[in-house]
Design a protein around this ligand. Structure first.
Ligand code: COA
Length: 206
């Protein structure tokens, strides 16, 4: 007979440790792939633009800073501990053009939490690439890694970023007031999130 006092124990959530040395994800129009040492020009071309970094916390990169960023990216080989990042270059399949980059950060392994970020080339924005590529990395986060929840953060003035997160199915959970000192002023931050159950529901509806 079952003990009536026995409380059912939920399965302990667990993250799969994934080798991210040479990731390649594919969507209808895009390829998402790991960075290589040959990506200096495209990365510098993106990060040198004022328009691109307007709502990012950092400034435009010098060539030296870009080299350091690229070196760091080449050393990222596993998603295993808090703060580990999967950063992917996004390319158009037909032209091979570098559209931008996407990041998925393992923010809290014990609680299966992640965070998404995206930076796309102004010349190639507004074509649905941010949406298409983000769907692929979200799917990787939920299905391959086993994340429970993925957040996205942006400055409220960054309507493109907030709009993209909403279109992906994220819900706004907070509006933090003047919590970031960035570029000489106190700025607000919107916190968005989507859970794995919501993601699966969205996939079923597609
Ligand atoms: C945010 C960003 C990645 C969007 O990329 P994108 O490829 O242009 O996005 P998409 O074309 O896939 O658009 C998807 C949705 O985002 C929203 N969106 C995109 N650009 C927008 C804009 N300029 N204004 C308002 N909403 C916008 C819309 O909801 C759009 O859906 P719709 O076309 O059906 O209206 C891009 O603007 C970017 O790289 N910005 C600079 C870097 C940055 O600020 N990154 C975010 C840091 S938090």
């Amino acid at each position: 007979m079952k003990d009536p006092l026995m409380v059912p124990v939920n399965k302990v959530p667990e993250i799969s440790v994934v080798d991210i040395h040479n990731v390649k994800l594919e969507t209808d129009r895009l390829i998402l792939r790991s960075f290589t040492k040959n990506d200096f020009e495209v990365l510098y071309g993106l990060r040198r633009q004022n328009e691109v970094v307007r709502y990012l916390y950092g400034e435009v990169h010098t060539p030296e800073e870009t080299r350091k960023v690229l070196e760091q990216r080449l050393k990222m080989t596993t998603l295993d501990k808090d703060g580990d990042k999967l950063i992917l270059a996004v390319e158009e399949k037909t032209t091979g053009a570098f559209v931008g980059d996407l990041v998925l950060i393992l923010t809290n392994k014990a609680s299966c939490q992640g965070e998404i970020g995206f930076v796309f080339n102004p010349d190639l924005q507004g074509r649905g690439s941010g949406y298409e590529a983000s769907q692929a990395i979200l799917n990787f986060g939920f299905e391959k890694l086993g994340l429970q929840r993925i957040t996205g953060r942006c400055d409220p003035r960054n309507t493109a970023s907030a709009g993209l997160l909403r279109k992906l199915g994220f819900k706004q959970e907070a509006h933090l007031i003047e919590n970031v000192w960035a570029k000489g002023e106190w700025t607000d931050e919107l916190i968005f999130a989507i859970r794995s159950s919501q993601w699966r529901q969205l996939l079923e509806m597609m």
